[in-house]
Design a protein around this ligand. Structure first.
Ligand code: SOE
Length: 380
């Protein structure tokens, strides 16, 4: 695994836990953790359960005892690491968004397609697909319970930089992160919308804003944003993004991603209205899926609050009894389960690098549209 901050910790927890709670066809060994600072990566490896460390990812990609490379670094290094690993015949799990640009994402998807011919697998980490309530929503859509999708309303709302004195973390640096709220959290909302509907966004009208253009530089990387120092630097990404979207199948989409929604901590919300019913989800109440069935008699019809914690619900049987609930980290364990199972079965896991590339194309079209103030077609 390369990188050991927030995502590194979440992935490590998943690699440790998934084989203990699920009956996996292969036994993952957490062999080497990579980070540039020898002392910090050493301490992280010990804390997170990795056997050894390296300070250069290139050495890991060359090692014969490494079968899979898990990329948990900022976006500016995804393409180099993923392409080198795939070319060396290693399976790759890469954090989202897949890359910082369409060009990088195209090269990564090309490398993944070539590697696939020799049985090498790749996956992009849109983990929210693997929240049981979301996986249940997908099942209901596939069963035709919402019918023809007409509206998709998706928001990802956070507030961790709403304070103008919140420090300038790498997530606010275009060179490292590619974009701001759009790529970091809007990408999740978009992926969920396309995953749940089984449809793709083909045209967008976007609007990006940076409310706070300068911030104190972070003196360390503790937490999401780090600790402020006295020096200041420019914010080079969007603070908030919204876009209207047209889906290939005719549905209309409204998307919003912001880190300025005071009080909303991790409100990834999605609502789908179809010809037969509606579905609604909010990550801040992540064990619940709301479902409205328009076939029910109108005197008792209403949104049904489904607690997605029954053994019949996706992934839940491996965990706790009904009602005991799952959290943020479980999605990462489910990601490991699905990835390892696909590798063992010799099939391609999803979401693929092609899926990651398609998301990147939509994000890029949103940025272009915002700059040109005109609707933008997403290249096929
Ligand atoms: C920060 O905005 C962040 O950690 C994202 O990078 C993650 O993808 C999201 O799951 C939670 O918020």
């Amino acid at each position: 695994m390369v990188g050991y901050a927030f995502m590194g910790a979440a992935h490590s927890q998943a690699w440790r836990t998934a084989p203990r709670m699920f009956d996996l066809p292969l036994a993952p060994e957490m062999s080497v953790l990579v980070g540039r600072d020898e002392h910090r990566v050493g301490a992280a490896a010990q804390r997170m359960g990795w056997a050894t460390t390296e300070t250069d990812w290139r050495r890991v990609v060359e090692r014969d005892d490494v079968d899979l490379v898990d990329i948990c670094t900022p976006g500016d290094t995804h393409a180099d690491i993923a392409i080198a690993a795939l070319e060396a015949g290693k399976h790759v799990l890469c954090e989202k968004p897949l890359a910082n640009s369409v060009d990088e994402a195209e090269r990564m998807a090309d490398a993944a397609r070539t590697a696939r011919e020799s049985g090498v697998r790749s996956m992009v980490g849109f983990t929210y697909r693997r929240v049981p309530a979301i996986a249940l929503a997908k099942r209901l859509v596939e069963q035709g319970r919402v019918g023809q999708v007409r509206h998709v309303r998706a928001q990802y709302l956070q507030d961790w930089i709403a304070d103008p004195e919140a420090p300038l973390s790498w997530r606010l640096d275009k060179k490292k992160a590619g974009s701001g709220a759009l790529g970091d959290i809007g990408a999740h909302a978009l992926d969920l919308a396309q995953f749940l509907t089984g449809d793709t966004v083909v045209e967008v009208s976007g609007n990006l804003r940076t409310f706070v253009t300068e911030r104190p530089i972070a003196s360390d990387h503790a937490g999401l944003a780090g600790t402020a120092s006295s020096e200041r630097g420019p914010v080079t990404v969007d603070d908030a993004a919204s876009f209207l979207a047209q889906f290939a199948g005719g549905a209309m989409g409204v998307f919003e991603a912001t880190r300025f929604a005071y009080g909303r901590k991790n409100a990834l919300r999605i609502e789908i209205n179809g010809s037969k019913g509606s579905l609604a989800f909010d990550f801040e109440d992540m064990n619940v899926l709301e479902f409205y069935d328009a076939a029910e008699s109108s005197d008792t019809a209403g949104f049904r609050r489904i607690l997605a914690t029954e053994p019949e619900h996706p992934y839940v049987a491996a965990w706790w009894p009904p009602g005991h609930g799952l959290g943020y980290e479980h999605g990462f364990s489910h990601q490991v389960v699905d990835l390892v199972s696909a590798i063992a079965a010799g099939v391609d896991p999803t979401p693929s690098f092609d899926d990651g590339l398609q998301v990147q194309r939509v994000l890029d079209a949103v940025e272009t549209s915002s700059a040109s103030r005109a609707w933008q077609t997403v290249p096929a």
